[in-house]
Design a binder for this molecule. Sequence first.
Ligand SMILES: [Zn+2]
Length: 133
Amino acid sequence: MANLLVNMVKEKCPFCSEGDVFRKGSFLSIPDMNDQCPHCKKEMLGEPGYYFGAMYVSYGFAVGLGLITFALCHYVFHMQSVWAIMGIIGLMILIVAFKNYKWSRILWMKIFPPDGATNFKKSQEKVDLKSEK
Ligand SMILES: [Zn+2]
């Protein structure tokens, strides 16, 4: 579990903890994912729609961040304005949006390891062969 958290923060492959999941870019560049792990060659692409599930993980992270931000604003800084707190929560979610995107994909890969686009292509070829008969 701790290993997974370290991998998520360092954006390393959840299977070997060595390869980078995303290609290097600046903090503000749109994340670009590797098709496979540069170290263990595990496929990360997944079949079409594979990462839709990571959206729910991302939503969970955003709600968690919102609750933590609310608790800090309300109980630690004693802010009373609901609109100010909601603005700060929205700002926090925007600031960590790319990190949230990356972490949710890494966690999703760990929970449901990708079968790989190769397997999807093979299954499509089987379908094509059946339809030709
Ligand atoms: Zn790897």
